[in-house]
Design a protein around this ligand. Structure first.
Ligand code: ATP
Ligand code: MG
Length: 230
């Protein structure tokens, strides 16, 4: 079992391949302190998704160690590990039901008031209230009637309710209007407070406000630093 974590994440000499003989990550090293916000950038196929997938142990590494609060993630159950992490993929998962249900999925015990408070905190409330039935509006699996940015806002509210110490976000790439982009940026700042986060970043606003930027190419970290340093 993974004990309750604070959220420190360390990669130490991590080597990884999906198929034998084809190395994807070659000696990756970094340490994220509690509350750090890492933006991960780099060309397509560089290994960005691979790195974040390894944190939640979707694959076993060839050699090296991945430590959370100093504990080797291979020494705990996958279930107890994932329980403490929030993962938000690019195409946010929406199931068929109301918007209220979709947000409450983050924490089944949350009351309607909790859901609304979370939505307000991440700047999702106003767009939800502009829909014909507000929180009771029906949406479906394909997220029809919701833009990519709106789906991402719903996933922020959901993640806030789940309250994980480590957050992983693959930012939406599809075109997002400036107004939604502003909401996403504000909502994200609220969501990130007090958590360690790894964001595969496509938007300059996210990159600028991260405490560290990791530039990955061909499975290697080429540069690490703040926006001003790079
Ligand atoms: P993008 O910006 O396009 O999402 P990325 O930086 O996230 O790219 P990864 O998905 O981490 O890149 O892929 C890194 C490398 O690993 C690529 O060469 C890719 O082809 C390969 N790869 C990714 N997933 C698998 C898989 N399941 N099996 C085999 N190879 C894979
Ligand atoms: Mg990717």
């Amino acid at each position: 079992e993974m004990p309750p974590i604070k959220g420190e994440v360390e990669f130490s000499h991590v080597v990884f391949s999906y198929e034998p003989g084809v190395r994807i990550l070659n000696d990756v090293n970094f340490k994220a302190n509690v509350g750090d916000s890492f933006a991960i950038v780099g060309p397509t196929g560089a290994g960005k998704s691979t790195i974040v997938n390894l944190i939640s142990r979707f694959y076993n590494i060839d050699s090296g160690k991945i430590l959370i609060d100093g504990i080797d993630i291979n020494s705990v159950t996958i279930k107890s590990l994932r329980k403490q992490m929030g993962v938000m993929m690019q195409d946010s998962f929406i199931f068929s039901g109301t918007i209220m249900d979709n947000i409450r999925y983050g924490n089944r015990e949350a009351s309607d008031e909790d859901v609304i408070r979370a939505a307000k905190t991440v700047c999702a409330h106003d767009f939800i209230m502009s829909m014909e039935n507000g929180y009771q509006t029906q949406v479906n699996e394909r997220g029809s009637r919701l833009s990519a940015g709106q789906r991402q806002l719903i996933s922020f509210a959901r993640a806030l309710l789940a309250d994980p110490k480590i957050l992983i976000l693959d930012e939406a790439t599809s075109s997002i209007d400036t107004e939604t982009e502003l909401l996403l940026q504000q909502g994200l700042q609220e969501l990130l407070k007090g958590r360690t986060s790894f964001i595969i970043a496509h938007r300059l606003s996210t990159i600028k406000s991260s405490s560290c930027i990791m530039y990955i190419d061909q499975g290697n970290i080429l540069e690490k630093g703040t926006h001003d340093e790079l």
